[in-house]
Design a protein around this ligand. Structure first.
Ligand SMILES: [Ca+2]
Length: 264
């Protein structure tokens, strides 16, 4: 009898242990062109004390559109959130944060969040006391990117899609260059020609949690401050805008990551 009880206890411990592990194995990478994302156990109550991540990675010429159809993360006794969902414009939580949602929001069905890169990263965190709240459900789909993109390789070249001829009117493009932690980025233009003042390139970076504008360039010459641009942080943004008339050859720039350890 003692052995049966002991076996039952072991089985119970093993079951609890495997469920405990299952609850915490919730880091997903999604590469399909569209799909449904939900919190664990949806549509039943989502687990407490978990951190789940959902990384949507698509080809570089795509962007991601996320449509939240249900958000029920709940409130605790002190009216603070029982869980929260953060959404980032990139492939990890060091990218630019697009939105943070918590509590329960019945007006969500109109909420659509668009990436400017080919990646979107969601992080669901739940705290200790979850009631009957079911978490969240969202649909994502991908659309063609007209220009821009996310660059994470050590070296690369950024240029508008029609480089070699001219850019187009009314372009509005965002490129994101994202180096690994502790690295910085050097960007050097090799060609630049836009309609002066009307068509321009703005370079910004994310540093210590803030977006800092570094320089705006327009016309046919590259200012000394942009040859090269060197960041303090690991994420650099290039924003290109053209107006409704007069197009030129545009720009081309090479970048490389700088590892501070290699400089010493
Ligand atoms: Ca123009």
């Amino acid at each position: 009898m003692n052995w049966i009880i002991f076996s039952s206890i072991l089985f119970f411990i093993a079951t609890v242990e495997s469920r405990w592990l299952l609850d915490r194995i919730c880091d997903y990478t999604l590469t399909d062109s569209h799909g449904l994302i939900t919190s664990p156990n949806y549509p039943h109550s989502y687990p407490s004390s978990v951190v789940c991540t959902y990384k949507i990675i698509q080809p570089r010429e795509k962007v991601v559109s996320l449509s939240l159809s249900h958000i029920d993360l709940g409130w605790n006794d002190t009216d603070s959130c029982s869980g929260r969902l953060e959404i980032y414009d990139g492939d990890d939580d060091l990218a630019r944060r697009l939105d943070v949602l918590c509590g329960t929001d019945y007006f969500i069905p109109s909420r659509v969040i668009n990436s400017t890169t080919n990646a979107l990263f969601l992080k669901l965190e739940s705290y200790s006391s979850i009631g009957e709240n079911v978490g969240f459900q969202a649909l994502y789909k991908t659309t063609d990117l007209k220009c821009g993109g996310l660059f994470t390789e050590r070296n690369g070249t950024v240029r508008h899609p029609t480089y070699g001829t001219t850019y187009r009117n009314n372009e509005n493009c965002d490129w994101v260059i994202q180096a690994p932690p502790r690295h910085t980025i050097q960007l050097r233009f090799t060609s630049f020609y836009t309609e002066s003042t009307h068509d321009w390139v703005k370079i910004s970076e994310l540093h210590e949690g803030r977006i800092i504008d570094l320089i705006t360039i327009s016309g046919s010459s590259i200012p000394a401050a942009a040859s090269p641009v060197i960041t303090k942080g690991r994420i650099l943004y290039i924003h290109f805008r053209s107006d409704s008339s007069n197009v030129y050859t545009g720009f081309r720039a090479n970048y490389t990551f700088i590892d501070p350890l290699e400089l010493n």
